[in-house]
Write a protein that binds this ligand. Structure first.
Ligand code: GLY
Length: 409
């Protein structure tokens, strides 16, 4: 660790001791906060953007209404499923792969700067099938470029490589490049690293409204006072649509609730614990770095509550046990729910709002916020540095696309 980093870590109040830091900020700088860029939203996306800006030497304030990663990001399974997810556009599948690579590259630096391990593991993902017909149907629905990163494991290879999988499984696709991590750790690592690099990370900032005039964005009004800046990035996920309405922009968000469970294998059953992620059509089973196995997730469009139902968890566990029978002997630990921020066309709102200079959005990542966090941080920092969406190849994700097409009434 360099002297400079050590010095910052000694003197800086990492947000993990954040209550004290936030109240110090409230007390000392109330009403006087200014930065080049204010990032609104301390989920995985906002934290990644703050980190990227701070690492490029930019002055940044990250504000979060509650605690870092306390909403959607805390509910995620943390899969970096760049090859396994069914992306329907080339741009999304390309960004997903770039982001997975970037996350692997950032791992050491984030640990060094924040002291937090993100629990990144690359054991590959297995997509199993019960018969040939099922496998053929699956292949027909995939984008051609998603087929390149996989190999076929027939019954005998599969049972050699994954002895814990049901003997009834016909075969599986194996994707060695896939990995997964602990999502809350990643968000905290981004926030902590950003802070070490000079960003202000303030939790508990409520009632945020955007202020703009004919010249563009001016800043935000908040429960701890006015903050001024040149650029605002809205990265608030579920509430993004409502926030943008304040300045007359239409970026609707559709909530999609998901339930997920954690189990743990007893030590004497360790041989039956999956050592790779199972990514099946109806369930995923993810062995985590903390020793748990996470099983997800239900998908309930239009639902924004975080109630965990017996029915939801029953379905998940039954599906999981049909692929990995040993799950039935494992200890049930807990279950939780989160709400994914989807958009009507399935693409995130990522870019500059051309009608309001200085305003940027980065939300609507639906079920891939963790995976897309690193590339989103990098793209937003590039945009703020003056690169255009066209140059960056993300014109399709333009935040005002739905307003322009008059899909919204
Ligand atoms: N990332 C997977 C899910 O949202 O279920």
């Amino acid at each position: 660790m360099s002297e400079e980093v050590r010095g910052r870590r000694r003197s800086g109040s990492l947000y993990r001791n954040g209550a004290a830091f936030a109240s110090q900020i409230r007390g000392e700088i109330r009403g006087k906060l200014h930065a080049e860029t204010i990032v609104v939203g301390g989920g995985i996306i906002g934290c990644a953007i703050a980190y990227e800006l701070a690492s490029r030497g930019e002055e940044v304030i990250l504000i979060e209404r509650s605690r870092i990663a306390s909403e959607t990001s805390s509910a995620a399974a943390g899969m970096l499923a760049a090859d396994s997810e069914a992306f329907h556009t080339t741009v999304m599948s390309k960004l997903a792969r770039e982001s997975r690579t970037l996350l692997h590259q950032q791992k050491e630096q984030l640990h060094l700067l924040s002291g937090i391990e993100m629990g990144l593991q690359q054991h590959g993902f297995v997509t199993p099938f019960r018969n040939e017909d099922e496998m053929n149907k699956y292949q027909d629905t995939r984008c051609a470029d998603s087929l390149t990163e996989q190999i076929w494991w027939d019954h005998s290879i599969l049972h050699r490589e994954a002895p814990w999988i049901s003997g009834k499984t016909y075969g599986a696709l194996y994707r060695a490049s896939e990995s997964e991590l602990l999502p809350v750790n990643l968000a905290r690592a981004y926030a902590g690293a950003a802070q070490t690099l000079g960003a202000k990370v303030i939790e508990g900032v409520q009632d945020v409204s955007l202020t703009a005039d004919a010249n563009g964005i001016q800043g935000v009004e908040t429960s701890i006072g006015r903050m001024t800046c040149k650029h605002v990035v809205v990265a608030v996920g579920l509430q993004g649509g409502e926030m943008l309405k304040q300045v007359g922009l239409q970026m609707p968000i559709i909530p999609v609730k998901g339930e997920i469970a954690a189990i743990q294998y007893a030590e004497h059953d360790a041989d039956y614990r999956p050592d790779k992620t199972v990514y099946a059509d109806n369930v995923y089973i993810v062995p985590k770095a903390n020793g748990e196995v996470w099983i997800g997730a239900t998908s309930l469009p239009g639902r924004s509550d975080r109630v965990v139902t017996v029915e939801g968890i029953q379905e998940l566990l039954a599906s999981a046990a049909s692929w990995v029978p040993g799950i039935q002997q494992a200890q049930f630990l807990r279950a939780w729910a989160g709400v994914r921020p989807a958009t009507p066309d399935g693409l995130p709102y990522l870019g500059a709002c051309n009608s309001i200079p200085g305003l940027y959005t980065a939300f609507g990542h639906y079920r891939n916020g963790i995976l897309l966090s690193a590339i989103t941080g990098s793209l937003m920092a590039d945009l703020i540095a003056g690169h255009s969406s066209e140059e960056l190849g993300i014109d399709e994700l333009c935040p005002e696309r739905l307003s322009r097409k008059e899909i919204i009434h």
